[in-house]
Design a protein around this ligand. Structure first.
Ligand SMILES: C[S@@+](CC[C@H](N)C(=O)[O-])C[C@H]1O[C@@H](n2cnc3c(N)ncnc32)[C@H](O)[C@@H]1O
Length: 192
């Protein structure tokens, strides 16, 4: 009996070590593939605000480039009746996103693919939460592919040369430490 218990404990340790190894490897590989843009989610308090700032209309096609776990797209699809399309290069957030979409039954599709290979010509709105280097590489793609009237809504990071049509403070919060009011970030809206 004791031998079986020890055997089971060893098997469990082996299982969790393997899972931790696969998870760490997938995070490192994802970071390399994403050229250093890490998987960090927009704070939950801002999901709805980003959608409101984008002025989403039912039936619109909304992309999220580097969609992570599809927080924004599921929020947009469930609350505004849009169709979401996400691109995510890193396996772990992609799988998490698939699970979130399945659970929420939102009208969202995510692809495990580099967003530079996406055709953005049908997009009404494109969400981004990336780094300045990625925004600089995306700017010519936006100019070339986006249809007139399409919008890019970028959380925290600007496009290098195009001037935003508006810049909005993200959700108002009170700091739990100082008690002072503060905004979490800026949201940049570009009109094409
Ligand atoms: C800061 S996170 C934002 C996640 C999500 N948009 C959100 O707001 O919660 C950036 C994500 O972009 C992904 N990413 C970076 N470069 C990419 C690329 N070329 N193609 C697809 N995904 C990429 C990263 O793997 C990471 O998950």
């Amino acid at each position: 009996m004791l031998i079986i218990a020890i055997y089971l404990i060893l098997l469990l340790i082996l299982f969790f070590s393997l899972a931790a190894l696969i998870l760490s490897a997938s995070i490192i590989v994802g970071l390399i593939q994403a050229r250093g843009v890490p998987f960090v989610s927009i704070p939950q308090v801002d999901w709805l605000k980003v959608c409101q700032v984008a002025d989403l209309q039912p039936g619109q096609i909304v992309y999220d480039l580097g969609c992570g776990k599809a927080n924004l797209l599921t929020t947009a699809a469930k609350n505004f009746g849009v169709k979401g399309i996400g691109y995510e290069i890193s396996l772990w957030p992609y799988l998490w996103g698939r699970w979130r979409i399945w659970r929420s039954k939102a009208d969202v599709k995510v692809r495990l693919k580099n967003f530079f290979q996406a055709d953005l010509s049908s997009a009404d709105v494109v969400f981004c939460y990336l780094f300045p280097s990625a925004m600089a590489r995306l700017e010519p793609k936006f100019i070339q592919e986006l249809k007139p009237g399409a919008k890019v809504v970028s959380y925290a990071f600007e496009l290098p040369t195009i001037k935003p049509a508006k810049v909005v403070d993200a959700v108002f919060k009170t700091s739990p430490i100082t008690g002072k009011p503060r905004y979490t970030s800026k949201i940049y809206v570009y009109q094409f």
